[in-house]
Design a protein around this ligand. Structure first.
Ligand code: NAG
Ligand code: NAG
Length: 361
């Protein structure tokens, strides 16, 4: 779920919706003028995209796996031409590593250390970075949204902002994204995240470890946190959800790209119901009911991709289910800050807000 025209990030889902709208404008303009001077071949040319646009929902119903491509957008591997082995070209105090999360699946990860260790980190190998994880600074496992890789500009900004605030951050590309192998799937993402969690816990001593999800990644964060709890009785130290949704069906019903289809009667049957048929649930609204850890939900009022009402609904659900209500917090960012869907990590007040929530100095 990406907003249109994020700086340097191309080809997002918003664009596809806009093409659809442009098509409709052509469609209505056609009548009046076509009779006068539009040659038939031009009319066919304009009609073709219109028809294929209308065919999309039927194709999705027939082949639900098509829908996973639209949701994951992992084939849009922007920014292009990034050398994942050299993160230092984009962000300081960072090393690249690979982790095999299950036989045949290896994911790429960037580890940024707290900037107070920046001088010491110069020229160090992976081993030094691993040992640094036990330095008592909190560790964020960062779960990015759909489309693009860990090198996308707003994700790099997250590493900079939270690294400067003395967090460790481990940002992975799930299977099928970036230079990671494998194919994307909801349960596969959870496997990747829990493998990274175990890897971190084996090295992080008493440091707290939190899941931070953005956009699509918020559902991945709650899936992983829930599985930890249900299968091992372990609560992650905190979960932060940035620009979240309640579940993927609700998300699809609200994102701009589906706007043109929403007015048609078959929308629910053709598109929304296909989410489950394609094996995509990302049920944060169910997952939060199982959690007990501190839960922070962040949403910008001007989020043009996932409306803040979804974040609010998720907050209400969690608040109702939590025994200790003080563990759940919802923070909105006013429209005038212009943070939208992707740029909450550009807000200089974010680290203080997070530390305050986690009761840190
Ligand atoms: C790394 O830090 C140095 C010194 O503060 C700075 O000049 C440089 O721009 C930083 N590099 C990146 C990629 O941010
Ligand atoms: C972790 O905490 C325990 C109990 O407070 C303490 O005994 C131990 O030394 C700590 N370990 C590290 C690596 O700081």
């Amino acid at each position: 779920m990406r907003r249109r025209g994020g700086d340097g990030d191309s080809g997002d889902s918003g664009d596809i919706g806009d093409i659809g709208r442009a098509e409709r404008r052509h469609g209505t303009a056609r009548h009046g003028r076509a009779r006068r001077w539009w040659p038939p071949w031009l009319r066919s040319l304009l009609l073709a995209p219109l028809l294929s646009c209308a065919a999309v929902p039927f194709l999705i119903r027939l082949f639900p796996s098509l829908l996973t491509k639209f949701v994951y957008l992992n084939f849009l591997a922007f920014p292009f031409f990034v050398d994942f082995r050299r993160p230092e070209l984009l962000v300081n105090n960072t090393i690249n590593l690979y982790l095999t999360t299950e036989p045949g699946v290896t994911v790429g990860i960037w580890h940024t250390v707290p900037s107070s260790k920046g001088a010491e980190a110069q020229g160090k190998e992976q081993r030094w970075y691993e040992e640094a994880l036990a330095d008592a600074h909190p560790v964020i496992i960062y779960l990015h949204g759909n489309g693009g890789t860990r090198a996308a500009s707003h994700r790099v900004q997250f590493l900079k902002t939270m690294g400067a605030a003395d967090f460790h951050i481990l940002a992975l590309d799930y299977r099928g994204y970036g230079d990671s192998t494998g194919r994307p799937s909801e349960s596969g993402f959870t496997t990747d995240v829990l493998a990274l969690y175990d890897w971190v816990k084996a090295r992080s001593g008493n440091s707290s470890v939190l899941f931070w999800g953005h956009s699509l990644g918020t559902g991945i964060a709650t899936n992983a946190a829930r599985k930890l709890q249900e299968e091992r009785g372990v609560q992650v130290d905190a979960v932060v959800l940035e620009s979240p949704y309640t579940n993927i069906r609700d998300a699809a019903a609200n994102i701009p790209i589906t706007k043109i289809y929403r007015q048609f009667p078959g929308f629910e049957y053709l598109i929304l119901d296909s989410m489950a048929r394609a094996g995509m649930f990302f049920s944060s609204d169910e997952n939060v009911k199982v959690l007990d850890c501190p839960l922070l939900i962040l949403h910008a009022e001007d989020d043009g991709v996932l409306p803040p009402k979804l974040g609010h609904k998720l907050y209400e659900t969690a608040l109702k289910a939590y025994k200790d209500k003080s563990k759940v917090k919802f923070v909105t960012f006013p429209q005038k800050l212009g943070l939208g869907h992707d740029y909450i990590s550009f807000n200089p007040e974010l680290p203080a807000l997070v530390k305050d929530f986690l009761n840190m100095k």
